[in-house]
Design a protein around this ligand. Structure first.
Ligand SMILES: N[C@@H](CCC(=O)N[C@@H](CS)C(=O)NCC(=O)O)C(=O)O
Length: 105
């Protein structure tokens, strides 16, 4: 089971942070089982930010790293895109496909 470390729902959204919502969208699109764990203080996280996932005790922090982790396990987020579109795609914080700006890793 994947645990998503995230800020709690707020403002009518599933998390106060758009990056946490993005991670939720990635997990849903990947079709994996996950459960949220709500944190209010991210200072113990690797980058002092949320989201992160915890899998078998390992922490993967940053929504882009979560995407890469899911892709390494078979998730395909570029379905329906041409190869060229896929090279320039990412999922924006609202779960939509968006032009790729330089990834922050
Ligand atoms: N590059 C990170 C950005 C994550 C980020 O900026 N998270 C903010 C909330 S939107 C955060 O945790 N800030 C620290 C804080 O609120 O104390 C990602 O894509 O996951």
């Amino acid at each position: 089971m994947i645990t998503l470390l995230t800020f709690a729902p707020a403002f009518g959204q599933p998390a106060a942070s758009p990056f946490c919502v993005k991670a939720m969208m990635l997990l849903n699109m990947a079709g994996v089982e996950w459960t949220p764990e709500y944190l209010s203080d991210p200072r113990k996280m690797p980058y002092s930010k949320l989201p992160a996932i915890r899998v078998n005790g390992e922490i993967i922090a940053d929504s882009d790293n979560i995407r890469l982790w899911l892709e390494a396990r078979g998730a395909e987020f570029n379905q329906g895109l041409t190869r060229a579109e896929g090279l320039f795609s990412c999922i924006d914080p609202y779960g939509r496909r968006a032009p790729l700006f330089p990834r922050r890793l």
